[in-house]
Write a protein that binds this ligand. Structure first.
Ligand code: MN
Length: 293
């Protein structure tokens, strides 16, 4: 029973871009292989090691990676931490997947020790060493889950990993054009890298009234209603609350003046034409007073 269902959970995340039967079979095979390779192995949290592997694969699926990359994500720790050999991976999954798994393993040995001026050269080295952007993405997906379980790691190591994530990994996610992943990496690392500053942001957000998913969802639906009433076609509406780390960076820029920050909550409306755009903007200004400049 336990073997069933779970590869399907990963496959379900890529249903949107219609995986072929071969894709599904590959993910299932990598899943079963990895599960066996990590059998009996535990994470620092006491959880089965395999949970980390699934989380990494799910992150890759969320970022719309293909079945080969997801399979390599499932296998990424099988040689270094699990019981598999290089030859087994080559025989079972071929050269391409082996190349990815080996690349991720090598990349794991590059370490940032927290000296700012070396960050850029280390980033470059990292990219050169990855050789294939899929290796980088797997490493980023792996890192995101490691950050999400960082509380179980010893404190000196926590800070090193958190800083490395902010200085090296997050900027790479940004350059790869995956802004959401950048934000997730930074926010997961933030409390461990800058504990005091993180607490300040938490307090700041708690004191600022009205910042919530719920409030912005209400604004979204009332604007949607008005746009419909005026027959302004909507292509897409989306919203987000600013990531905490990027809010902190911005607060630093606007030294102690949180009132200067207007984009903690943002709502985006896409319409088909420029004319629709100005009509929508006019409508927005009818309901919410614009800020000069
Ligand atoms: Mn890993």
């Amino acid at each position: 029973m336990e073997m069933m269902g779970k590869p399907e959970e990963i496959i379900a995340l890529i249903e949107g871009y219609t995986p072929t039967d071969a894709d599904k079979a590959l993910i299932t095979k990598a899943y079963d292989f990895s599960k066996r390779a990590h059998e009996g192995q535990l994470r620092a949290s006491g959880d089965p090691y395999f949970i980390h592997v699934i989380a990494t694969a799910k992150n890759l699926a969320r970022y719309s990676m293909d079945a080969t990359t997801i399979a390599a994500g499932l296998l990424h720790d099988t040689i270094e931490d699990g019981k598999a050999t290089e030859q087994e991976i080559k025989n079972e999954f071929g050269e391409d997947i082996f190349f990815l798994v080996e690349g991720v393993t090598k990349l794991g040995k590059v370490k940032y020790r927290g000296r700012e001026r070396h960050a850029e050269s280390l980033r470059k080295f990292f990219v050169a060493m990855a050789a294939d952007f899929r290796v980088l993405i797997i490493k980023l997906a792996d890192r995101l889950h490691n950050l999400q379980t960082l509380e179980f790691v010893r404190p000196e190591k926590q800070r090193r990993i958190a800083l490395e994530s902010i200085e090296i990994y997050a900027p790479l996610a940004h350059r790869l054009g995956i802004g959401k992943l950048k934000g997730e990496l930074e926010d997961a690392a933030f409390p461990f890298a800058f504990t005091k500053e993180y607490a300040e942001i938490e307090t700041f957000l708690n004191e600022k009234k009205g910042i919530s998913e719920q409030n912005i969802a209400v604004v979204k639906s009332s604007l949607e209603r008005e746009l419909n009433r005026q027959h302004i076609p909507i292509v897409k509406m989306s919203y987000r609350i600013k990531h905490k780390y990027s809010l902190w960076k911005k607060l630093q820029r606007y030294k102690h003046d949180p009132d200067k920050i207007y984009d903690i909550m943002a709502l985006r409306v896409s319409v088909p034409t420029i004319e629709d755009c100005y009509r929508a903007l006019g409508l927005v200004h009818m309901f919410w007073r614009p800020v000069p400049d």
